[in-house]
Ligand binder design. Structure first.
Ligand SMILES: [Mg+2]
Length: 490
């Protein structure tokens, strides 16, 4: 197995199966493993220039920094800064790098790592611990900064799961790591994996792990001790890729998944063969006004195409009935559409709980939402609320009044576009009010999994995930579809 994240997922599952009742712990180093220290180095050096009116680092870019936070002297040498000034800069760097402001303002995580942490934090009886070479004196700053950057991912770190180097700054770091793992073990945790960017630390841990129960993961970022010291069983990796970490079978069962826009035969066939329980259809009246058809675009926007064929809603209802799957209907029009839908659904004998209606408030208006709520009390009635984002984030009390009005119409779920600016803050606010949220417009597997990690009530997605052998095509705005390609295996 080549991918470290896939290996981590397997090893976690294996440990879970062996010890179903125990508290499992994944342990992370911080600097160079969770945090990309190049940001801190860059910020401190630029700050030197600024406060000394010099220009040593005017052209220095993130990508120029190939050294870790303890090797800044080498970096200065490479930049050919004369000895006396170099010493002055280095002393200044040492003095400022662990200041509270530096810790709070310049520490950035590697891409994907916070998602990996969140994934394990939402698993039952599973915890994430931190084991760092930083000393106790910066415990509070460490927790504050990590919790600040974890906030929008709903990740939090607690005092009891942070172990700091008892020997002080840069002293006996590997021994400190071993002591940290022992400390967590004494606390009743079974450690299933340890992630660190320093081979020396991984080696020290491998020496105390007699039964090889702790998977050693080497974050191959920028490391200090020589590569050859990496113990044999270690998996190395550079990218925290959640699409390798999270398999379909591990998706949380309390989030509802909806296959978006299954309006055509090809998409529909994919959906029916999938494990997904809900499909969304765009419902309109046909041009003659007789039948309910599936079509994303209005006829004004995209005129009827030559040889265009429509699927009828009634056909879909039969298929869903047969396969025992549920339906989400995106109601694209007001007018007679709602009466017609109520009539057709009545004939089909669907239970309220298998139905979900989505419509824009300006299209359906109060009376049609009330009509749906009356006919289908147990169904999900939903409207998108992206248009309220600026109000929700700036005048929340007013926005809450609006949402309460919609709730009064029978609407019981609010839908949020994944690509809305400030989406995470928006979601957080709606969560706090206790409303159910659907996330939609999620383009690919990585975004889908990120959405899953936020644990909304439901997620509507195209399921265009070749990695999972799902080839959903979406609703086809202007009759266009997302594309995908299937590669031949080598
Ligand atoms: Mg480190």
């Amino acid at each position: 197995m080549k991918n470290w994240m896939r290996k981590l997922a397997r090893h976690y599952q294996k440990t879970r199966d062996l010890y179903p009742e125990q508290k499992l712990l994944l342990v992370f180093d911080i600097d160079g493993t969770i945090l990309d220290m190049r940001y801190m180095i860059l910020r401190i050096l630029k700050l030197f220039d600024k406060s000394h009116s010099t220009a040593f680092f005017k052209d220095l870019k993130l990508s120029d920094i190939n050294f870790n936070e303890n090797q800044v002297e080498e970096l200065l040498g490479q930049l050919k800064i004369p000895g006396q000034q170099s010493k002055e800069i280095f002393d200044w760097y040492l003095e400022h790098r662990w200041s509270s402001t530096s810790i709070l303002e310049s520490h950035r995580p590697f891409l994907g790592v916070v998602e990996v942490i969140r994934w394990f934090q939402i698993q039952p009886n599973t915890y994430v611990g931190l084991n760092t070479g930083r000393p106790e004196s910066i415990r509070n700053d460490t927790l504050r900064s990590l919790n600040k950057l974890g906030e929008e991912y709903k990740v939090s770190f607690t005092d009891d799961l942070l172990y700091m180097n008892p020997y002080g700054w840069d002293m006996k770091v590997s021994e400190g790591k071993v002591a940290g793992l022992r400390h967590f073990q004494k606390g009743g945790y079974r450690i299933f994996a340890f992630v660190d960017n320093e081979p020396e630390n991984l080696r020290a841990v491998s020496e105390i792990d007699e039964y090889r129960e702790i998977l050693l993961l080497h974050a191959n970022t920028i490391f200090e001790s020589k590569r050859k010291r990496l113990p044999g069983s270690t998996m190395s990796g550079k990218v925290y890729d959640i699409t390798e970490l999270i398999p379909e079978r591990a998706l949380p069962s309390h989030v509802q998944f909806v296959w978006h826009g299954a309006n055509d035969e090809a998409n529909l066939r994919q959906f029916l063969a999938s494990n997904i329980h809900w499909a969304e259809y765009d419902v309109r009246m046909d041009p003659d006004g007789d039948n309910l058809i599936l079509r994303h675009d209005s006829f004004e926007r995209t005129p009827m195409q030559e040889h265009e064929e429509f699927l009828l809603l009634e056909h879909i209802l039969k298929l869903h009935k047969k396969m025992d799957k549920s339906l989400k209907l995106d109601l694209k029009e007001g007018g007679l559409l709602i009466d017609k839908i109520v009539e057709v659904l009545k004939a089909s004998g669907f239970d309220s709980s298998q139905l979900w209606f989505n419509g824009n408030v300006e299209v359906l208006q109060e009376d049609r939402f009330r009509k749906l709520a009356k006919a289908y009390p147990r169904a999900i009635k939903q409207c998108p609320i992206d248009f309220l984002t600026p109000i929700i984030l700036s005048v929340p009390d007013k926005a809450k009044e609006m949402l309460d009005i919609f709730r009064g119409w029978g609407i019981n779920r609010f839908s949020v576009n994944w690509k809305t600016p400030y989406m995470r803050q928006l979601l957080d606010q709606i969560d706090k009010w206790g409303f159910e949220v659907n996330l939609y417009n999620i383009p690919d597997l990585e975004s889908f999994l990120k959405a899953v990690l936020l644990l909304p009530r439901s997620i509507t997605s195209d399921f265009n995930f070749p990695k999972w052998h799902y080839y959903g095509r979406g609703a086809g705005e202007n009759l266009k579809h997302y594309e995908y390609s299937i590669r031949r295996s080598p």
